[in-house]
Design a protein. Structure first.
Length: 383
């Protein structure tokens, strides 16, 4: 039996997808990453799809696929049972597990990525210099600990926390902020306070001590704080810290068209390029369009919550599906909109995603599903 190279494991696929669409970019409500399988499993053949449907699952089995990268997560809600079948989403996931086929989903992480779903659709539309609706904020990987200590013990406590990994900012060490104040406490009969007496209200001069801590050292620093603090029950708060805004990452894309266009012409061109089954539009067909707000899937109210200013005349929202009341809102503000179909607006990303994965996973066979399709079909009326 031919041995699978260590570079062709599921974990390598996960690493490649993390580089293309970091999972921290995903929406809080989403379920992204490796959903089925083990990082140690072989990954010699990948299948890319928007939806992991029964037909796509059978295609994966037939092609002896090792990993399915399904844009939409097949698992969203809590699973109460795992029974392999090709009927419901949980059953399909269980079927993949029983056949040792891993499943990875990028979903909204890929929407916010630098070369993701929204960038792909914006390029097809001819939008120049597309930028996110609002920039994603990178995880800082750090937090701030705030504690309160008597003034005569502040230096000792700070040194203990510094030694455990706190207080580093760039090339500077032992960084802290200290503020004088007063703390109060009332110790019950079972307490043994280091300052004052139990059984009465005490007011103590204290220092508010603040230090930055890398998340990976948080356990070490809190343990050092408890050991070095003179109080029997030291009080401290932990605050997560946000990172820097990243101008190339974030939900949606907005930008100007490379050349002036009419709504009807844009809708027809896009519908043809993505093979839309039943495209629809909001606005006058002859309306002149200058700026586009691109949001694959369903835009909803997102175009009204951007850093680029409100939608209005000369703007078009390019998306997958539009709810009735959103369409009315677009009309009221004078904006146009084009709906290409939910999964139809997302499917163009599969080809560039495959190309990016081939560069990162040499020797791995990467296919785009032939069974993946929009579940909605056009109605043909007989005459």
């Amino acid at each position: 039996m031919k041995k699978t190279p260590d570079s062709r494991r599921v974990r390598n696929v996960c690493d490649a997808m993390e580089a293309i669409a970091p999972t921290w970019l995903a929406a809080d409500w989403d379920n992204v990453g490796l959903l089925v399988g083990s990082g140690d499993w072989p990954a010699n053949r990948l299948l890319l799809t928007i939806d992991l449907t029964p037909d796509v699952a059978m295609e994966a089995i037939r092609k002896k696929t090792d990993v399915v990268i399904a844009y939409h997560p097949p698992i969203f809600r809590a699973i109460k049972s795992m029974r392999p079948n090709l009927v419901d989403q949980e059953g399909i996931a269980a079927e993949m597990l029983s056949r040792r086929i891993a499943v990875y989903s990028p979903h909204t992480a890929l929407d916010s990525a630098e070369e993701g779903t929204n960038v792909t659709l914006a390029r097809l539309a001819g939008v120049a210099d597309a930028r996110p609706f609002s920039a994603a904020v990178s995880p800082s990987g750090a937090c701030k600990i705030v504690t309160f200590v008597p003034a005569n013990a502040a230096d000792t406590l700070a040194e203990a926390m510094f030694a455990a990994g706190a207080g580093r900012i760039g090339d500077y060490e032992k960084c802290s902020y200290r503020l004088e104040g007063r703390g109060t406490f009332f110790g019950a009969d079972s307490t043994n306070p280091a300052v004052g007496r139990k059984g009465r209200l005490e007011s103590v001069a204290e220092i508010r001590l603040e230090v930055i801590v890398p998340n990976r050292r948080l356990g070490d620093v809190t343990s050092a704080l408890r050991r070095a603090h003179p109080y029997e029950e030291p009080a401290f708060d932990i605050y997560p810290l946000a990172g820097e805004p990243l101008s190339t990452l974030g939900q949606g894309r907005v930008g100007l068209f490379e050349k002036p266009t009419r709504l009807r012409d844009l809708a027809q061109r896009l519908a043809s390029m993505v093979c839309a089954i039943a495209p629809a539009m909001v606005g006058r067909p002859s309306a002149a369009i200058r700026r586009a707000f691109v949001c694959v899937g369903a835009a909803g109210s997102l175009p009204f919550e951007t850093d680029a200013g409100p939608c209005g005349a000369g703007d078009v929202i390019i998306t997958g599906e539009i709810r009735h009341h959103d369409a009315l809102r677009y009309e009221r503000c004078g904006a146009a909109a084009i709906a290409l179909g939910h999964s139809t607006s997302e499917r163009p990303v599969l080809k560039p995603l495959g190309a990016m994965l081939r560069k990162r996973l040499p020797g791995v066979q990467i296919d785009i599903s032939r069974k993946d399709r929009d579940p909605l079909q056009a109605v043909e009326f007989s005459r």
